[in-house]
Ligand binder design. Sequence first.
Ligand code: URA
Length: 235
Amino acid sequence: MDAETLRQYLEYYQDLGIKTLYRRAAPEPLANARGSVTEPRPSGSGEPLFRILDDIGDCRRCRLHEQRNKIVFGVGNEQSKLVFVGEGPGADEDAQGIPFVGRAGQLLTQMIEGTAKKEGIPLLRKDVYICNVVKCRPPENRQPQPDEMEICGQFLARQLLAISPKAICALGSTAAKYLTHSKEGVTRMRGNWYKWNDIPVMVTYHPSYLLRAYNVEPKREAWEDLKKVLHFVYD
Ligand code: URA
């Protein structure tokens, strides 16, 4: 990486309010409770999330169960006005049973909290809800296959209907395509609103892509997308 690209990276992270760069150590504690957005909201379908988890049980409905360690259901505020949906658990998530706790998850946390802080919105990671299209880690981090998403998607749908957020943020192409049925690439979709069952869906890049992206432009764009969705939900 040349000096100019490195400078752009550092500037971007600084803009997000990030003061330290990652180490592959234990995940950061999930933010403390003070001064955050936790107003109670009526739930949608009325189904408690524990019942959905209960129905998932020791799921063997698709081949993804064969190599998983833990089912990764979801984490956060069950009454959140905003739900982030990723693709599927990676190695760290599979080990801990919690979505977005690896490097991509740390970036997601910093993006949510850094952008919210900069925009004057008192929001911490624990105030939103975070889950994935599939709940078991695809081997070698491959993309989930259509039948796996179909089978597991029923649980995502129940989660979304139960939480009934004001908006959903789809992280990356798999979640975006699954939720919206669009055939477009994520580069075209990002920054735009779609709908899932009448709930607005904002599409943005997956944090894993942002960790790899050489160019600083996608990072700036993801930041714009996040600002858009945060203002829509919390203004
Ligand atoms: N990538 C995802 O899509 N989800 C996770 O939970 C972690 C990484």
